[in-house]
Design a protein around this ligand. Structure first.
Ligand SMILES: [Zn+2]
Ligand SMILES: [Zn+2]
Length: 900
């Protein structure tokens, strides 16, 4: 059997031998913001076809990673239910950029399929373009080339119209006819035999005829609905679905029965402990897990993490759907890491990013499965209730409003609701669901519109006129400028003077940096002949207009004034230290934790920096130390910092970290720290890392699923922070009367001493107390046949006092107990009466006169009462009079008893 890896390599080598450059697959996450995922081989060459990009080669061959899930929302559900749908797949392609054309493309395709791979020529069919509207010429050129191929059956040449055989990128732009190669796998492969009137044929919709390879000939530029212009440079773009090709070459009944998927499914079988028969019965679940496990591993390797939006949502959906099918097989604990391991083993050589991120992939998948498990527990219960009540009411549909609530409150994936409903034989009211979703969106919009800041009209007018502020502050902190606009309370004014509220000033040029990319805005002074303006913040609310915010401190400021702009240089310098340190930190984190530790947000201020990055678990103290050390190492190496402007593509080629959604073809600013770090960045930086001075990590925390935060200080802030830490240590050392380096030992010894003292105090207290208990018992008095015990234990809390009382009551068996304790000017009282006496005497009554004497009140039950008081001086007296109170209460109650 020809292994899949061999097939892939044969394809690449075949075209390499014919002058093609082997180009690596681009990421599944495309630069193109209109695309969710890279979904075909063409994406990475789109700019060449559009005529806006070039490549240093004219022939290329590649295997491209692709993802298709979004768009028609049934796609994901179809995966696994048949043998040929996938989320992740590979696309083989050979490309000509204005070089060879139809003759070579067709001849090579034929040669590779029939000579190299030995597919029988009489099983192969070719299709060419013939316009059903008669507007575009028939592709006779391609047809003639087909007829000339050795062993090609002339009866196997067919013509199809625009839908099948004409390729267009968009309503306008490059387009052209294409030619497809189909294979007839034989009548036994037909999956629509039972349909009346079905005839097996090319493009006939059954599994007997498979499209193998699509050769696109880009020869026109569409400028309107009916106007096509010939292109000066013609291109070839081909695509062959790898999984399908492998199935054909391995004689497999479907894609999942090839060695691309069987090792994954074998692993699942091992995990489940299934027999072959059981595996065959659960084939859908096996396929879903194999496909989704593979897709998830590739997505994480390309930096996608599970979330509730965009790509992250797709990944979440995929992981959760796989986990759900895993549960059907009895896999309740996380298992996708095991499947991903097989993916890494079998494909890591072709896609090194898998091997590089292996550990991270495992962690990310397991973490998401665990989160899902928690969601499921609550959501599944609710869903079962919904299904049960729908069935009980004889309904066939789950209400959209309820399903939306399930999605909104429990984060329960809607695809899973659909699956579960289908299994219960129910429909879901998706229209109602969408209505709820829209209502929710409107609520969110209303909220955010309320909070958003209105751009002042005059500022908007300025921007509309195309006015921009030139930023001159990369190299200097002083400059001159002219006032273009003054805003007071958001309204344009001609002048502002000292004592006015906050004013906003727009200049034609300024060295003040406006807050952006995490770096805070500059502060400083604007000085004219007539006044002085203090800048407290600088912002860029819209477009390229820089707004200085602050107060006129002296004189007046008028529109049209020329003035000197002076940034607070010392503060800016500290900001720059923190910014350059941030770039070093970013790189050091990736070195210590792995390439996945990419920036997720940052703040660069004069006195601190904050850096959020992707990582799943807290950093160990060793990792924190390693990162900090690495940054300081680079500071001490005194590496020069360079700033260059270059096209985005070049920056990427040179390994720059692109953080935001830069566009293809844009010129970007690249900040390089020697060869150590390279980032796209618009901020202000030092000229040399040594100027950072010192870098210290203050703390490391988590800020959300998969995102960690480092807070750190650089330059003077780092010095001051270190200094403060030292001062704390010195103070502690002096309090302990020891040297700073001996503090830990000294503290350990003190803690030991403290613990042993506590033990002694406890045992002494217990000894003293039990002696006191004995003494109190000896001094018990008898009042009208009731034994009365009183005692004072100073320094005891209520609870300890009660425990003593319990012991006394036990020893006493029958009688009344009143205990008191004085502590910090407060009195605590506890009174107890044994149960046998409760019909004659209540503890809650007995405690009242005692509490009154010490200035307090109390209450409780007949057996136990408690009280507090404010007068410790009268505690002895109060306790002494207890027998008297007992007598009073007994007599009173007895009399009342007689009276009855
Ligand atoms: Zn058929
Ligand atoms: Zn930066």
């Amino acid at each position: 059997m020809r292994k899949a890896a061999e097939v892939r390599e044969t394809f690449l080598r075949f075209f390499e031998e014919r002058g093609h450059v082997r180009v690596p697959s681009m990421s599944l996450v495309p630069q193109d913001p209109t695309l969710l995922f890279t979904n075909s081989g063409m994406v990475q060459f789109k700019d060449v076809f559009l005529g806006v990009g070039t490549r240093p080669y004219k022939r290329a061959v590649d295997v491209q990673k692709c993802m298709r899930v979004a768009g028609k929302h049934n796609d994901l559900e179809d995966v696994g239910r048949d043998g040929y749908h996938h989320t992740f797949f590979e696309m083989l392609g050979n490309w000509s950029f204005g070089d060879y054309y139809k003759r070579e493309a067709i001849a090579w395709a034929w040669e590779l399929l029939t000579q190299v791979w030995g597919l029988p020529p009489d099983r192969l069919w070719a299709t060419c373009f013939e316009d059903e509207h008669g507007e575009i010429p028939r592709d006779d050129e391609a047809a003639e080339i087909w007829l000339a191929q050795p062993g090609f059956d002339p009866n196997h040449l067919l013509f199809f119209g625009r839908k099948e055989n004409f390729w267009e990128m968009a309503d306008v732009g490059p387009c052209g006819p294409d030619s497809e190669i189909h294979i007839d796998r034989g009548p036994e492969f037909c999956d629509r035999r039972s349909e009346p009137g079905h005839v097996c044929r090319v493009n006939g919709g059954c599994a007997r005829f498979l499209e193998l390879w699509n050769l696109v000939f880009i020869q026109y530029n569409r400028t309107g609905p009916t106007t096509l212009e010939p292109l000066p440079a013609k291109h070839v773009d081909t695509g062959m679905g790898f999984e399908r090709l492998v199935a054909v070459l391995q004689g497999a009944p479907d894609n999942y029965s090839t060695d691309l998927f069987t090792p994954l499914m074998d692993r699942v079988q091992e995990l489940c402990g299934h027999s072959d028969a059981e595996r065959a019965r659960e084939v859908v679940a096996y396929r879903v897990i194999a496909d989704h496990g593979r897709a998830a591993a590739f997505l994480v390797a390309d930096g996608v993490l599970p979330s509730n939006e965009g790509r992250g949502y797709v990944l979440r959906m995929i992981v959760r759907r796989a986990a759900r099918f895993g549960r059907k097989l009895g896999l309740v604990r996380p298992f996708l890491a095991e499947v991903a391991d097989v993916v890494v083993r079998s494909m890591g050589e072709v896609y090194p990013e898998l091997t590089q991120h292996r550990k991270f992939i495992r962690q990310a998948l397991t973490a998401e499965e665990e989160r899902f498990s928690r969601t499921l527990e609550s959501g599944m219960l609710r869903l079962e209730e919904l299904v049960a009540s729908a069935k009980a009411a004889g309904r066939t549909t789950l209400p959209g409003e309820e399903v939306f609530r399930l999605y909104d409150t429990y984060g329960f994936p809607r695809e899973m609701t659909q699956d579960a409903a289908r299994e219960a034989g129910l429909e879901v009211d998706w229209e109602g669901f969408e209505r709820e979703m829209e209502r929710q969106r409107r609520r969110a919009r209303a909220k955010s519109a309320f909070a958003s800041v209105q751009v002042p009209k005059s500022l908007q007018a300025l921007i509309d006129r195309g006015v921009r502020t030139e930023f001159t502050g990369y190299r200097t902190v002083v400059g001159t400028g002219r006032v273009l606009l003054l805003l007071k309370g958001g309204v344009g004014v001609e002048e502002a003077s000292a004592g006015d509220e906050k004013i906003e000033v727009v200049l034609d040029r300024t060295p003040f940096y406006a807050e952006a990319g995490g770096q805070v805005g500059d502060t400083g002074w604007l000085v004219s002949r007539l006044g002085r303006f203090e800048v407290v913040d600088t912002q860029r609310p819209l477009g390229d207009v820089i707004v200085h915010q602050g107060f006129v401190r002296e004189g007046i400021l008028r529109v049209g004034d020329r003035l000197r702009a002076q940034v607070d240089g010392a503060r800016r310098r500290e900001v720059m230290r923190h910014h350059t340190a941030t770039h070093l930190l970013h790189k050091a984190l990736r070195e210590v934790l792995g390439e996945h530790a990419r920036q997720a947000g940052s703040l660069v201020a004069p006195d601190r920096l904050r850096f959020d990055f992707v990582h799943l678990q807290p950093l160990s103290p060793e990792q924190v130390a390693a990162v900090e050390e690495r940054v300081n190492e680079k500071i001490l190496e005194a590496i020069p910092v360079h700033v260059e402007f270059m096209p985005f593509e070049e920056a990427l080629r040179r390994g720059a970290m692109a953080l935001f959604e830069e566009k293809y073809g844009e010129v970007v600013r690249v900040v390089s720290i020697g060869d150590y770090s390279r980032e796209l960045c618009g901020g202000t930086h030092l000229r040399n890392t040594s100027e950072v001075g010192l870098f210290r990590i203050v703390q490391e925390t988590g800020v959300g699923a998969g995102v960690r935060r480092v807070e750190a200080v650089a330059g003077w802030a780092a010095y001051r922070w270190t200094r403060a830490q030292t001062e704390v240590l010195l103070r502690v050392a002096s309090q302990l009367r020891t040297a700073p380096e001996d503090v830990p030992v000294r503290v350990d010894r003190l803690l030991d001493q403290l613990r042993s003292l506590e033990r002694q105090v406890r045992s002494l207290q217990e000894g003293v107390a039990s002696a006191d208990v004995e003494r109190a018992l000896e001094q018990a008095q008898e009042v009208a046949g009731v034994r009365v015990v009183t005692a004072r234990f100073d320094g005891l809390e209520q609870e300890a006092l009660r425990a003593l009382g319990d012991r006394l009551r036990e020893r006493l068996r029958s009688g009344a107990v009143v205990l008191g304790s004085a502590q910090d000017g407060r009195v605590t009282l506890v009174a107890m009466v044994t149960r046998d006496l409760c019909d004659r005497l209540h503890a809650s009554e007995l405690i009242q006169p005692v509490a009154e004497l010490v200035g307090g009140r109390g209450g409780g039950r007949p057996e136990l009462a408690q009280a507090g008081g404010k007068d410790p001086h009268r505690l002895d007296e109060a306790l002494r009079r207890v027998p008297e109170f007992v007598r009073m209460l007994l007599e009173g109650r007895d009399r009342a008893g007689f009276g009855r």
